[in-house]
Unconditional design. Sequence first.
Length: 320
Amino acid sequence: MSDAAQPMRTQQALRAAHLYYLQDLTMDAIADELGTSRSSVSRLLKYARDTGLVDIQIRSPLDQAAALSRNIRARFGVHAHVVPVPDHTSDVDRLERVALSAARILTQYVESNMVIGISWGSTVSAVSRYLVPKTTHGSTVVQINGAANTRTTGIVYASEILRRFGEAYGAFVQQFPVPAFFDDPATKEMLFRERSIRRVLDLHERMDLVVFGVGAPQAPVPSHVYSGGYLDPEDRDELTEAGVVGDVSTVFYRADGSWKDIGVNARAGAPDLDTIKRAPRRVCVVAGRSKAASLKGALAAGLVTDLILDESVGQAILQP
């Protein structure tokens, strides 16, 4: 569609949405009023939903997902959005359904003049494919953790995720050109003092919104940090010995949320978890019961303010 035609389509979709959702007209009646076909009205309504012109919310005292959301908030003190997903759903489809809901929920959190931190990973990559466009001004999308390893620069993988967020929100994109893990903590310390890297680290300190998933070593849909060649066997042994249950932005933590004395973290190409915790809104997206232990660790560390998850992992984290 041409740029010139876009405002006209948006105007038609807005008119159709008003008639359908606010005035209760049938699609046939709307078609007569707009001088078009019923199928065109259907496409206009879908366009209104897909682009965020229409935000549909369902509220019911009998809604099990809503009840689960309330229980999670009472237990952990976070805003929870539970996505209903049938138990027989595959882990891949489960992730896609949660990612679709997360992408639509994120739209209401994004505003102009924000610094939006993005942690790459399988979950956030899925979310990025469903983002609903929202025009902002003066906003920046910044990569939180480095993506390079001994096999790849990580540029293609991370930059595609960042590009989608930048295009969806009309934001400037800032990559973080460092390894996911340094060979030597001293190298990290020296590089993090460089002005070109400090500039990105300063953006990390000013993040208004952070979007991340949780890494889990044994998840059926493997977390990218565990499947992408980022960890040597020695690293994995060290994480096991340290009692690690997961990671956020390639910074690892235990079930009780502790992380500062885990050796691998000294080499992580990412800001520490305290930096993430300083962001006012921290949105964690999780799909699948296998990530329950990792999610509970992230909650114990105080990393989450807003949680978007499916019913299975929601039920799992409430169990003793």
